[in-house]
Design a protein around this ligand. Sequence first.
Ligand code: ZN
Length: 267
Amino acid sequence: MHRPKIIILISLLSTLLLLFCATTGPGGKKSLILISTKQEVSLGKEFAQEIDSTNPISKDEILNSYVNQVGQKIAKISDRPDLKYHFSVIDTPIVNAFACPGGFIYIYTGLLNIMDNEAQLAGVIAHEISHIVARHGIKRLQKVLGFQILLSIALGESSQLTQNAISAGVAILLQGYSRENEFEADEFGTYYMTNSGYNPEGMVQLLEKLKKLSKSDPKFFEKLLASHPPTDQRIKKVENQIRAFDPKVENLPFFADNYQKIKDRLK
Ligand SMILES: [Zn+2]
């Protein structure tokens, strides 16, 4: 990248950062969460262990380091930069991604395959980071499984009850969230990706892709994202949000070439 471009980008980012700080982030919203961050991380580790042992996790180092690099860039400027974030690719042709409390994010190769630039990937990752930042997963688990069970998982108890609860917890996390939670993850995801230097239009492109897919294979899509709000509404909301940004964001890059090189590895 040329030097003047960097300067423009930095001034643009600081403008966005100011814009962002002025809003109430998901981390700023108060609600009753009994689990501490430390317990949440322990819990996340238990869930991640279960997912890692029951799914084909990609061992492609170049792919992993690429996804990790994009992810860390966004995590760093999120409202929970204190967490250690882990990004893994599940080598299955399913179009999905999900987040575990404590900073564990999974993306399926099926989803990587339908995207065509890094800004879209940044959109997916930023959406999932937002679920963690807003503690959507931990709140849902607390509600469904109860605090005591979560605590016993976090403490690493190895009873049959805890093991069953871990399996149930993973299933809950895979189900997606309420409409409000999804809109919130889109909203903060769009901020985060833009603040990380990605063209926010990538988020719109990603949602358009999901919409197209839901038309071609409604049954498959329904099962995966049953509780997700209608994609049309999500697109409209994100478009409105981008319209309120500094118009210069439209000059932010998509990094299509970077992404294509990685996508070629998936074949
Ligand atoms: Zn979501």
